[in-house]
Design a protein around this ligand. Structure first.
Ligand code: UD1
Length: 353
């Protein structure tokens, strides 16, 4: 079985790692294509090293641009690669532009597409990721879902039963695999975090691209920092927007983007996480760390119904909500978030090859 994995942006790498590992163990022939959607070492190379993924075989070096230009560039550059490689499956991950672009090109070439993390829906088409999810799922030949509700959603959309397979959450495979190495970084101690801090990540255009919204978020984090240490590794998009708006958060411990292992060390022992990231909603649920998601919706409702997540749509409510959070005493974990999802992905692919 020959697999061609397509990744491009930071959240793709922890999803690829366990599938690639399981593919190696099963003797699959594997090619990794990096689109170059993310290119800074902080957003890409460091994650690949932290996760033990082999260096990508091919890098399309598309870089940043508008959605249309970036997507078009990926499509243009990946087409000859797929023609030359002719894999049994193109495996795409998550909901970034690279995911959708590769799915469109592979489908038109008649190469089967498997989508890892299929069936998630925020029902909010102002999110570019929602469009990427819908297009990718419509085209994919195998829909590998992280939760039963995602499988149910795909059925409701009319996807054939034999194309849907519940495999569980590959992100959580990476999390369990990396925890010992994450703890060994002693990153928290290195940056002088003493008590249990609030860890913040924000990068969604809906939060950071609107000057009024980012101002309200900065004020909320400054307020929270009066009561508890707040640590904020900043995505490049967010840093740029903060600079443009002339915003400073003097009380907040601002960091450059951190690696996968360092982030895990911060998050595992956090008092709470404040985020708009999809991955962190899942990771906090698996670790039993309270999570406040600064959005009005989530494509991962299981992190609310069976996890530690709570939606906080208004930045002005963050400080109050932080005063209310409690660490759960037991750690409920959704079905299939057990560290073996990557193996189930490979089994599903082999069964159909
Ligand atoms: C992308 C994904 C988003 C994911 C996020 C994780 C889409 C539509 N969005 O958003 O779903 O949650 O990645 O990070 O695919 N930049 C750098 N260096 C880099 C990459 C980006 O400086 O290595 C800067 C550039 O100014 C760029 C901006 O960040 O314009 C945004 O990058 P882009 O990949 O367009 O979107 P993200 O916000 O990262």
């Amino acid at each position: 079985m020959k697999l061609l994995h397509v990744v491009g942006a930071r959240p793709n790498f922890p999803k690829l790692a366990p599938v690639h590992r399981a593919g190696c163990a099963a003797g699959a022939s594997q090619v990794v294509v990096h689109t170059g959607q993310h290119y800074d070492d902080d957003m890409s190379g460091r994650f690949i090293r932290d996760l033990g993924i082999p260096s990508p075989d091919i890098n399309l070096a598309v870089g940043s641009d508008t959605h249309a230009v970036q997507t078009a560039r990926i499509m243009e550059r990946i087409e000859p690669v797929l023609i030359a490689q002719r894999p049994d499956w193109v495996v795409v991950y998550g909901d970034v532009n690279s995911t959708m672009a590769a799915a469109v090109v592979a489908s038109k070439l008649g190469i089967r597409v498997a989508h890892v993390e299929a069936g998630l829906r925020s029902f909010d088409r102002t999110m570019p990721e929602e469009i990427n999810r819908i297009v990718t799922d419509r085209l994919a030949d195998l829909l590998l879902t992280p939760s039963r509700d995602a499988s149910a959603q795909l059925r409701a959309e009319g996807e054939p039963e034999d194309e849907i397979e519940f495999v569980g959450n590959v992100m959580i495979d990476s999390l369990f695999h990396a925890l010992p190495a994450a703890r060994a970084t002693r990153f928290r101690e290195k940056i002088g975090v003493n008590g249990s801090a609030v860890v913040v990540t924000l990068h969604r255009p809906s939060n950071v691209d609107d000057p009024g919204r980012i101002r309200a978020l900065a004020a909320a984090l400054n307020e929270a920092a009066l009561e508890r240490e707040v640590v904020f590794p900043t995505h490049p998009r967010t840093r740029l927007r903060l600079e443009e708006a002339g915003l400073r958060m003097d009380r907040v411990h601002m960091l450059e983007p951190v690696g996968y292992l360092e982030m895990l060390d911060l998050v595992e022992r956090a008092f709470a996480v404040v985020t708009d990231s999809g991955g962190l909603q899942e990771e906090t649920t698996a670790l039993g760390v309270p999570c406040l998601t600064v959005r009005s919706n989530t494509e991962r409702p299981i992190t609310i119904s069976q996890g530690t997540n709570r939606l906080v749509p208004h930045p002005g409510d963050i400080a109050t909500e932080l005063r209310r959070v409690r660490r759960p005493t037991d750690r409920p974990r959704p079905e299939g978030w057990d560290g073996h999802a990557g193996e189930r992905v490979i089994a599903a692919l082999m069964q159909r090859t």
